[in-house]
Design a protein around this ligand. Sequence first.
Ligand SMILES: [Zn+2]
Length: 380
Amino acid sequence: MKMDYQISVHIDIPEPTLKAITLAYARLLPILLSDFFKTVLDVFAQHYMELAKKPFCCECCGNEEEFIWKTREGKTTTLLSLFGIVRLAQQQVKCRRCGHKMYITRKLLGVEPRVKVPRETVMKLGLLGALASFRVAQKIVGMFGWVLDRMTIWRSVQRVGKEIRFELEVFVQLKRTGGVRVVGLAIGSYEGEWEKLFEPLLGGLKRFKQFFLVTDGDTSILKGLGDGVKVVFQRCLWHIPHQFKWYLWKDGVKRKSRPWIYALAELLEICAIRSYVDEQKLIHQMVRRKEQRLSELIDYCRQQGWTRCATYLENAASDMFTGLLNRLQGRTVSLVERVMRTVNMRIKVGKWSVEGALNATKIRLAYYYNGFDPCLDRAA
Ligand SMILES: [Zn+2]
């Protein structure tokens, strides 16, 4: 429906600077928001009341035709939009057949009675809260003139996360020791039950000719896959130095001693991959050098008597650069890792339960991989 919109507001601005005008504009927004909602709803309600058949019906007798206005400015209701809280004096009509009075504002909005944060808003805040830390999300919203409490963001993330089901599930596992196991895959205590976890996914995975798996070394998962899916197996390079530190400790190497620093620095360099290189010969040359350096590092560990470290690296060696050689590296690994770093950080500060973190992870992965974006319809 086409309509004119006018608003008259008394504003007091001290000076014509960018700063002062911007500030005044931010203060104008909440007024504009509720007023705009009210105007649009009034125009529609008026139009509907003139129609023979209404787009709503009496909650008591089902009448869809005969109504009269009870009040246009009834009890106030509030709901959260992406631009802040909207306060609306509700429109009330009376059924001429049975005399029942009912509010129609929320019916017109398509928002259930008493719901403070509508689904529409939850989806958007959920994405925002999953992509940025709550503090950042709050800051961003704050710059546009309204106050959003972190609990609302948290709840939105949880609600959206719970609803998300993956076609291709990308799971992640947290270890009790504090590390994170990226196996493509789930959170929680799934130790030893990967096959069961994978069962429902088998059909889906088989649709992919090739499946890129990033793991910290747990290969039991592969048994469940069977034939028909080519698995490009890649050790998670982000984990290797982390796990290596643990083996250094197991071998009794003094933390931050010279040999400790030397070995770790070597390994960090070996594991650093430049994802934008895609020239085949260059990649082969780089991998050859990395392999050479890795084998020297393994020799060094043996000479030092660090047997656990040496064995760990030897086992990891064969799958460290497969992704790079297949030129699949870059995006896949970095996205999963970026998600993991955030999740890990949040778990560590103790604000997140495992389930809470999983929900945030699901939203992020859905956004990165499945085209989930509740904010897109605004641009369209
Ligand atoms: Zn009725």
